[in-house]
Design a binder for this molecule. Structure first.
Ligand SMILES: *Cc1c(COP(=O)(O)O)cnc(C)c1O
Length: 375
């Protein structure tokens, strides 16, 4: 099976981890600091605070801006549940904004969702394609809101010549195994705001500050959300490869784009000329006449070794959200969920793999196309 995404671990990654395993510090040493500096430099931002996942990083970001009961965030339903879950964990209510045809939050709909309780706008750069961050930040400024960008798909993405991570109040990255680079599990918040960075560090490690000798003081409620030294060593090694990984994924995506251009059964998602996508996913959007056979297409592709996936079931369709916040349907979101399939695109693939995948994909789609759907 060729998975839709996977890690690429090379000899030097392994050597970097082993070196730390044989050293004195498995946690709370220098590697985490070095990786934070490396990421901050790469993104072009003052602070990077590493966490042991993007989920804990999101928890930290929401806590750093005092998100609490009665607050609302405006976010996207086309994301992994963690984006809104960590706001709910602090008692806040997620208000879901409909999306555009590219899977990103529709920035033109945000303003109508703002209430006196809104605290932050939380967009997700779906598949690595940058959201309309300039419009989103100007809406936020006008209404005195924060922008917390969940860029778990978009480490290395850029827009208008600036890296994602330098454009919002706080930006979250994921270093989960299958994300753009990996530390196994891991995540980060990057920010230019000194106070947020200070609070994030406290939240990550029990809220404790060191005073002198044995004396320390716990000044805020915190967790143990620290990344290990060997994970950070893996991250440092992977960080050197980010541009190469993106180049490989981009070559595969451009190859698919050519093969799939103007296809009568499905469409692809174009990336703006001013944008760089980290190409975490390669999504295709089935035309409505294929929606009723999507399960068959999915199963047959899996059986034939193509590890497709669907990103995502709208967050509000999950039982927890329905029970807690009521039933909801957003038109574009529902349409996107019926259309979307992610096909393999990762740095371990060759162009021959991509050609093989494209061949099988087109063959399977054409096989089911004759059945047609009535709608
Ligand atoms: C993967 C992902 C997360 C969670 O990341 P972890 O590092 O696995 O906790 C959050 N948001 C989005 C959009 C993701 O894709």
């Amino acid at each position: 099976m060729i998975p839709y995404s996977t890690q690429l671990i090379e000899e030097d990654d392994i050597a970097a981890v082993i070196e730390v395993l044989q050293s004195s510090h498995l946690t709370q040493g220098e590697k985490v600091n070095e990786l934070e500096e490396g990421i901050a430099r790469y993104v072009g931002v003052r602070h990077c605070v590493l966490f042991n996942s993007a989920t804990s990083a999101l928890h930290g970001a929401y806590a750093a801006c005092d998100l609490t009961h009665d607050d609302e965030i405006i976010t996207t339903p086309i994301s992994f549940v963690a984006t809104s879950n960590m706001a709910v964990a602090l008692g806040a209510k997620p208000v879901f904004c409909d999306i555009k045809a590219d899977g990103n939050m529709d920035e033109t709909l945000i303003e109508a969702l703002i209430t006196s309780k809104t605290k932050a706008i939380v967009p997700v750069d779906f598949a690595g394609k940058p959201v309309a961050i300039n419009t989103i930040t100007s809406v936020a400024k006008k209404h005195n809101l924060l922008v917390i960008q969940d860029s778990s798909h978009a480490f290395g993405s850029a827009t208008g010549g600036k890296k994602i991570g330098s454009l919002a109040d706080m930006t979250i990255f994921s270093f989960h195994a299958i994300k753009p680079i990996t530390t196994g599990e891991g995540g980060a918040v990057v920010t230019n705001n000194d106070e947020f960075a200070r609070r994030l560090r406290l939240f990550r490690s029990h809220g404790i500050i060191k005073k002198q000798l044995w004396n320390s003081d716990m000044v805020a409620l915190g967790h143990n959300y620290r990344l290990t030294e060997f994970a950070a060593a893996l991250g440092l090694s992977q960080l050197q490869k980010i541009d190469r990984f993106i180049a490989v994924r981009d070559t595969i995506a451009r190859y698919y784009n050519e093969r799939f251009h103007n296809h009568p059964l499905f469409s692809i998602i174009p990336i703006g000329e001013d944008d760089v996508s980290a190409r975490h996913l390669y999504p295709i959007l089935l035309n409505p006449e294929l929606h009723c056979v999507k399960e068959d297409i999915f199963s047959e592709l899996q059986t034939r070794g193509i590890g497709v996936q669907v990103h995502y079931k709208p967050i509000y369709q999950n039982s927890f959200y329905k029970e807690r916040f009521g039933e909801q349907r957003l038109h574009q979101t529902e349409h996107f969920y019926r259309s979307e399939l992610s096909i393999p695109c990762h740095q371990k693939m060759s162009l021959e793999d991509a050609a093989h995948i494209a061949d099988i994909f087109l063959e399977v789609l054409e096989k089911y196309a004759y059945r047609g759907c009535t709608f």
